[in-house]
Design a protein around this ligand. Structure first.
Ligand code: G6P
Length: 371
């Protein structure tokens, strides 16, 4: 097993580094940039079936559930189909009323998570087709998805904390949303083309972040690894990334961490902020940037130490935050694929400094196959 890690100390570290390759592979054979077209040959639903869909239930657990929150933004934006996002463990017991023209979108790295499989079964008994965004080839979710598996092709993920599978889920969700928009006529090839261009440029941008953020995350981890609490704030498409950053940190470093939509901070978490609380604010220059800046001011006014994830060249943000990690810009709904990278690195470096078992954190399993 040591050999499989190559030059890396941990699988998680290796899998973080593999993301440019994984993102290249999820796109491979699925896009024609010149034609402005997406091809998802593994899907079994034809154009008519895709046109009939009036509601999608994105259902998943853990990190994959965060990908589901992102899929909602993407599908609603590109295909104008409403999306509900459910924890699979809740969905299966809430007697969901799915409706005749619904689609279940199961998202799962392993394809073996028992709650996600049960959600697919619930859909099947209600006559609703399932599509699975799934990494493990030939897994149960891939086999029972009657609308077809949409494989991530991220390669085996060994570290319990999901990294490359997550960013691949986001890219696959983006492809699926474009594909649905294409099938339903909400997007023309001309409208699709810039999105394909941005997807093609993404692996290179991820590689840039991996290189530029790594030394800063080492410094930040040196400074913050004794923290007992951390707060992650983001808005819109970067809110699920706040959740994911907090989950990564708590999973592998055992530091209590919460992710929150920044605008909701005043309704609770603000009470926790003092000089001992690192607050990680995800604030790329997007439509909600000004609002994030004022949330950062609010954190600072209460003595909190702000670590900001922002856009390259943002001097204003650099002046306001105590520490800044910048990422290149891309289209708004792809930006989270870049902003999550420093959060993965930060969690990893903190866990290493705390002497935690990064790849096999206590009490957690890579795949939860029993309830
Ligand atoms: C476990 C893993 C998580 C993962 C979740 C869902 O909790 O530790 O990393 O996100 O299961 O797994 P799945 O294989 O369905 O994506």
């Amino acid at each position: 097993v040591a050999a499989a890690k190559g030059d890396f100390k941990h699988f998680m570290q290796k899998e973080i580094a593999e993301q440019p390759r994984a993102l290249t592979d999820v796109l491979r054979g699925r896009i024609d940039q010149e034609a402005g077209q997406v091809f998802l040959d593994d899907l079994k639903l034809d154009t008519n079936a895709l046109r009939r869909i009036d509601r999608i239930y994105a259902t998943a657990c853990g990190t994959a559930w965060h990908a589901g929150l992102m899929a909602k933004f993407m599908i609603e934006h590109f295909a104008r189909v409403r999306v509900e996002v459910d924890y699979a463990s809740e969905f299966r017991y809430r007697e969901p009323v799915l409706g005749a023209d619904a689609l279940l979108l199961a998202i799962t790295q392993s394809g073996e998570t028992v709650d996600t499989l049960a959600a697919m079964e619930e859909a099947r008994t209600q006559g609703v087709p399932s599509i699975a965004l799934v990494n493990a080839i030939g897994s149960q979710a891939a086999r029972v998805a009657d609308g077809g598996p949409l494989y991530l092709h991220a390669g085996p993920e060994i570290g319990v904390a999901s990294t490359k599978a997550f960013t691949s889920m986001l890219a696959a969700s983006y492809l699926f949303a474009l594909y649905l928009g294409q099938a339903r006529g909400t997007l023309t090839p001309n409208q699709i083309r810039p999105h394909l261009q941005a997807l093609i440029e993404l692996p290179g941008k991820v590689a840039q972040v991996l290189e530029s953020a790594a030394p800063i995350c080492v410094q930040l981890a040196d400074r913050f690894h004794h923290a007992t609490n951390a707060l992650f704030l983001g808005r819109q498409a970067n809110y699920p990334i706040a959740l994911e950053g907090a989950l990564k940190l708590k999973e592998i470093s055992y530091i209590h961490a919460e992710g929150y939509p920044a605008g909701e901070m005043k309704h609770g978490p603000v009470a926790l902020i003092d000089e001992h609380m690192p607050v990680i604010c995800i604030a790329p220059r997007d439509g909600i940037y000004e609002k994030m800046l004022s949330n950062i001011e609010q954190v600072k006014a209460r003595g909190g130490e702000v670590i900001a994830i922002g856009s390259q060249g943002d001097d204003l943000l650099a002046a306001k935050a105590s520490h800044v990690i910048t990422v290149p810009s891309t289209l708004p709904l792809l930006q989270p694929i870049l902003t999550v990278i420093p959060l993965q690195l930060l969690a990893y470096e903190v866990a290493v400094r705390r002497g935690c078992d990064v790849d096999q954190p206590r009490n957690l399993a890579k795949s939860v196959t029993v309830e």
